[in-house]
Design a protein around this ligand. Structure first.
Ligand code: FAD
Length: 476
């Protein structure tokens, strides 16, 4: 078949590739979006953000039912059971709806051609697509954008190749709730899924190499969450190095060394390995180009161009931070840049994120520790949700908000919160950080009562009062 000539080839239909393809096609460019999976949506839709939050939602509602008595509700029975097949069916239906929606959206753009199949670069200007039906299609492109995401990284530990040892993808298709679950890795995914399965009834143990869970997260918040998880019955062992997994009958026998270097072990019927992710470059044909990459990601410059002129990369395949919204932000900035529109590319120190623990941790900008490491002179405005009207009403008043700001300019450079609903606070937080607004702008904006957003104002008022600044609003 004759090679097809296009302006842009986009490889990978996740949150990085799909919006980028749509933005370029909306501007009239001829674009081919190639996805090797079953539909558009990437890891986020099929093996990441969405399925994990669907499980989390079932767990959250179960927890709410169990706590109903605290809110004066007498349920006919507290013997609530989980119909796991129904949870899986709900997940399947939502994923189908969302991937069909994505396909409808891309289908509306006449110059966007979506192909399903594996794509491999043949040179710096050509690629081959092994389509689903087995037919190969060669394309010649002006520019290409690599958005092939990432895959779970499993360290070479003896015994990991076993059906009862899961990674973050296979656990989302598990056909039962494990009785005992051993999670190797106390990062965002390990914490989220560990808590979800704990709430759903599994007895959960987390083994983490570092001195605490959630390494890069604000230390105080991470330690508070760790304490809370332990109170809920999750065993958390830090400073652990897993050395082997042995399979005995119906159990997994996980050997590890503790902080003192002593041999320890833990037994569970199911193991979840969430030990990081690696850029997905396998089979992409990078060897046929000058694109450089290492285990951390594809090398790009400030405008996301790789070491091969005309080939760009966005999202997880570039390396940390690995978030769906970050991949999209990079892709949309790149699309504008390629259309010669002036655009600031996203910078990691203005990114926001949520750890979907219970309670959630919201993150925007730099933590106190990161700011100090960067040599910035900072102050921290704090608020304890114990005193908060909304948090008391919700029954989730155990948490704190920290607003990090520069001492001289009062510019907000970070906002970090541990509270159920913290995720919903991060929109305002991200705006404050991105716009570099001073804390006085928060105090001057009327925040509705009773909502968690009032915490921003309360934190700033008490910081201003401490600094002897006029504070003409009384606390509610
Ligand atoms: P991906 O989403 O991985 O998409 C890449 C696509 O490229 C895939 O569909 C793949 O099939 C395709 N592809 C790869 N190679 C080829 C090829 N050669 N030819 C054709 N197609 C190819 N992020 C958040 O922001 N919020 C969350 O709550 C969140 N939760 C998560 C929970 C879990 C369990 C996991 C694993 C991840 C989570 N993430 C979350 C991270 C998020 O999923 C990723 O950051 C995001 O999906 C990255 O988008 P991407 O487009 O770069 O890559």
């Amino acid at each position: 078949m004759k090679p097809q000539e296009i302006d842009y080839l986009i490889i990978g239909g996740g949150p990085g590739g799909t919006p980028t393809a749509m933005a370029l096609a909306s501007a009239g460019k001829s674009v081919m979006l190639v996805e090797k999976g079953a539909g558009l949506g990437g890891t986020c839709l099929f093996e990441g953000c969405i399925p994990s939050k669907i499980f989390r939602e079932s767990a959250r509602r179960l927890r709410e039912l169990k706590e109903a008595g605290d809110f004066g509700l007498c349920l006919p029975t507290l013997d609530v059971t989980v119909n796991w097949s129904a949870v899986l069916e709900r997940k399947r239906a939502i994923l189908k709806r969302r991937s069909e929606g994505a396909l409808q959206n891309t289908g509306r753009l006449p110059t966007l051609n979506t192909e399903f199949g594996q794509c491999r670069l043949l040179s710096s200007r050509s690629a081959i697509i092994e389509k689903e039906d087995g037919t190969p299609q060669e394309v010649h492109f002006e520019k290409a954008i690599l958005a092939t995401g990432s895959v779970p990284f499993l360290p070479p530990i003896r015994g990991i190749d076993h059906p009862r040892v899961h990674d973050s993808e296979s656990i989302l298709n598990i056909d039962h709730i494990p009785e005992t679950l051993l999670v190797i890795g106390g990062g965002p995914i390990g914490v989220e899924l560990g808590q979800v399965f704990n709430t759903l009834g599994s007895q959960v143990t987390i083994l983490e190499t570092s001195p605490r869970i959630l390494g890069p997260v604000d230390k105080e918040l991470a330690l508070l969450l760790q304490q809370r998880m332990q109170q809920e019955g999750i065993a958390i062992h830090t400073h652990c190095q897993v050395t082997a997994i042995l399979h005995t009958g119906h159990s997994e026998f996980v050997e590890y060394t503790d902080q003192a270097g002593e041999k320890q072990h833990s037994i569970a019927d199911t193991v979840l390995m969430v030990t990081g992710r690696r850029p997905n470059v396998e089979g992409l044909g990078l060897e046929n180009t000058a694109v450089k990459h290492d285990p951390h990601g594809i090398e790009v410059d400030a405008s996301l161009q790789t070491t091969e002129a005309g080939i760009y990369a966005v999202g997880d395949v570039v390396g940390q931070p690995m978030f769906a919204h970050w991949a999209t932000a990079q892709g949309l900035a790149l699309a504008r840049h390629l259309m010669d529109q002036p655009v600031p590319f996203p910078t990691a120190n203005t990114n926001s994120a949520v750890i979907f623990s219970e309670p959630e941790i919201g993150i925007a900008g730099l933590t106190e520790q990161q700011a100090k490491q960067a040599g910035l002179d900072i102050e921290v405005a704090r608020y304890d949700f114990h005193n908060d009207a909304r948090a008391q009403i919700d029954g989730h008043d155990n948490g704190i908000l920290k607003i990090i700001y520069e001492t001289s300019s009062h510019k907000v450079i970070g906002v970090h919160a541990l509270v159920e609903g913290a995720g919903e606070l991060m929109g305002e937080a991200a705006l404050l950080v991105k716009a570099g607004l001073p804390i006085e702008a928060i105090a001057g904006a009327i925040h509705p009562h009773p909502t968690l957003t009032e915490s921003f104002v309360m934190a700033v008022r008490s910081a201003m009062a401490k600094a002897g600044k006029p504070n003409d609003h009384k606390q509610k």
